[in-house]
Structure formats: C-alpha cells, structure tokens
Ligand binder design. Structure first.
Ligand code: HEC
Ligand code: HEC
Length: 293
C-alpha cells in the first residue's frame, strides 16, 4: 500500500487503513468534537472550584459551595428518626380507636404491619392473613378469643397452647379416641354440628341422627361451645354455627375434630416482638379484616 494514497472521489488523503475495501479519509477532528471537549474541561475546572474534588493527604479540597453529601444524609436520617419517634410515641400512647380514626397513623401501621406480619405470621396464616387448614383466617368475623383489639393484642402476646406462662389453652378433647363416645355417637354429632351452620342438608331426612346428636351435644359440648353452638371465647371454642371452619366443615374433617380432638398451636410473641410491634400487627390484622369485607 502506497504511503500517500488519495481517495479518487473526494481528493483527500487516506490514512492508509482499509476494511473490506472501505478506506478512511485523513480529515481533521470535527470542530464540534473539539468544542465539546473544551466544554467538559471548563465544566470540570468550575466543578473542582465549587464542589469537593481532590483528595489530599488527610483531607480533600472542599469547594467554595461547601457541599457535603454526608451532612445531608445525616440530616435526613435524623429527620426520619425524629418522625419515627413521633409516630411510634403516638401509636404507643393512643387507644386503638384513636389510631384507627387517624388516617396517617393507619397508613404507617398498614405499611409497617404488613412487613411484620409477612415476616412473622405469614408462614402459618398466609401472606394475606387468609388462613389455611388448621390455621385460622384472620380476615373474618370469627374470633376464637374475643374480637376486641385488646383481646387480639393479648392473644398475640401469649399465644395459644404455647410455652408462655399466660398462654391460652385451646383443648378440644378427643371424644372418640379418648374413649368418651362411641363411633356412632360421633357420627350423630357430625350430622348435628353440621346442621348448626346449615351445612348438613341431609340431616333433615335423618331426624333421629339429628336428635341423637343434639342429645350428646347438650351433655358433652355445651360447656365450651355453648348450648346454641356459638362457642365460648373464654375457652377459645369456635362458633360452630357460622361458615368459618379452622379444620374444615366437610363431614370427614368435622368427624376428625370430634373423634381425635384438636389442639392448635399458636406461638407467643412476647420476647420476640416488642409491645409496639405487636400493637402494629394487631392494627394491621384488624385493617385486613375491613379490607376483606
Ligand atoms: C406456627 C404457626 C403460627 C404462627 C407463626 C402464627 N400463628 Fe397465629 N395461630 C396459629 C394457630 C394454629 C392458631 C389457632 C389456634 C387454635 O386453633 O386454637 C392461631 C390463631 C391466631 C389468632 C386467633 C384467630 C381467631 O380466629 O381468633 C390470631 C389473632 C393470630 N393467630 C395471630 C397471629 C399473628 C399476628 C401472628 C404473627 C405475629 C401469628 N398468629 C403467627 C398458628 C400460628
Ligand atoms: C373443653 C372445651 C371443649 C369441649 C367440651 C368441646 N370442644 Fe370442640 N373445640 C374446643 C376448642 C378449644 C376448639 C378449637 C381447637 C383448636 O382450634 O385447636 C374446638 C374445636 C371444635 C371443632 C372444630 C371447629 C373448626 O372450626 O374446625 C369442632 C367441630 C368441635 N370442636 C366440636 C365439638 C363437639 C361436637 C363437642 C362435644 C362432643 C365439643 N366440640 C366439645 C373446645 C371444646
């Protein structure tokens, strides 16, 4: 390749580089590129003067604007902490009703509560508190141990059949397995119990089973589930007349509940979550209930 090769179309010298027959013209760098380069150099000099820039041995050039991202960050953190202290103090001090009436506090309780709930409770009660077999749904109206916010807060503190000293005891006795009732009587009870919530339509054409079931119920079950089957929150005994079942309302599940008994285990949260966190979770759970309705 000749040293000085000219492009025959434009008349310019080429650089001598060639790629698949395409040669590069030897032309000066366009003015706009020089201008752009000059602008960036000027910008950086101005930036050095105004802003922190060059490291020195034990310091750095501070720049005449005195900008300091670290100070801004510390200020932001302090501001957020002050706000946090403020809402934490309010949630700690105010009653449930007062917090529930305060939109901005509820917004915080919802956000913080969701994270706390999903981290600590979601594994059993479902991420949206929807429950599952053996784990009660927390978005319905059926509360085992009372529906006041204070009842729920206290329940979260002590748990059910937990290792806490103040735990609630939920003991549905194993009537069949424990030898208190014959299989026949348990089957009659299943018919009767299911009829309480209207689930047992075929009970209507087996009046003798229904009557026998009621008789056994009145002897063995009313102490905890009440005469009308609505359940006694002092015993944690569920309402059997509604549509909510912890363990399932089909004949097989009701049979197992009565035959084998049920002793659900709900861990206690005192010592694992602070009083404030438990209050926030309580607010979240009650709020989920209103969302689900
Ligand atoms: C290891 C599983 C498990 C975890 C984790 C758990 N629970 Fe429970 N929870 C249960 C079970 C089981 C019951 C029902 C106990 C029973 O049947 O008597 C229950 C019952 C409840 C009840 C009463 C429900 C009702 O209908 O009255 C509430 C409220 C509750 N849990 C809230 C929570 C909250 C809030 C958390 C998180 C801080 C949580 N639970 C974490 C298993 C769990
Ligand atoms: C000592 C109190 C007590 C007595 C007596 C008792 N129960 Fe229960 N029962 C409970 C408790 C507490 C639960 C909830 C257990 C749990 O969730 O772990 C329960 C749960 C149930 C359930 C499951 C409900 C659901 O939502 O899945 C059925 C069904 C039931 N009982 C029927 C009966 C019948 C029928 C009798 C009488 C033969 C009876 N119980 C007697 C305390 C009692």
């Amino acid at each position: 390749m000749a040293i000085e090769e000219r492009d025959e179309h434009s008349g310019y010298l080429t650089t001598g580089h060639e790629w698949n027959g395409i040669t590069e013209l030897n032309r000066p760098v366009p003015l706009v590129v020089w201008l752009f380069l000059a602008a960036t150099v000027i910008f950086s000099v101005i930036y050095w003067i105004l802003m922190p820039a060059w490291p020195q041995i034990d310091s750095y050039t501070k720049g005449i604007l005195g900008a300091n991202q670290r100070a801004v960050l510390v200020e932001d953190i302090n501001k957020a902490a002050a706000q946090r202290v403020e809402w934490m103090r309010q949630i700690e001090a105010l009653s449930f009703a007062a917090i529930q009436a305060d939109g901005s506090l509820m917004r915080i309780a919802r956000q913080t509560g969701r994270t706390l709930f999903q981290d600590n409770c979601g594994a059993c009660h479902g991420m949206r508190a929807q429950g599952g077999p053996g784990f009660p749904r927390l978005t319905d109206d059926a509360w085992l141990w009372g529906s006041n916010p204070e009842d729920i807060e206290e329940l979260i503190r002590v748990g059910i059949n937990s290792s806490h000293d103040d735990t609630r005891f939920a003991q549905m006795p194993p009537f069949g397995a424990g030898g208190m009732l014959e299989r026949e009587a348990v089957l009659d009870l299943v018919t009767y119990v299911r009829s309480l919530s209207g689930a047992e339509s075929e009970g209507a054409d087996r009046p003798e089973a229904l009557a026998a079931g009621k008789k056994v119920f009145d002897v063995y079950c009313v102490g905890c589930h009440n005469r009308d089957g609505t359940g006694n929150p002092k015993m944690g005994a569920p309402n059997l007349t509604d549509d909510f079942w912890i363990y399932g309302g089909d004949p097989q599940s009701v049979y197992l509940s009565v035959y084998q008994g049920r002793q659900g285990h709900m861990p206690h949260w005192e010592g694992r979550l602070s009083a404030l966190q438990r209050k926030i979770i309580t607010l979240f759970v009650l709020d989920q209930k209103s969302v689900a309705q």
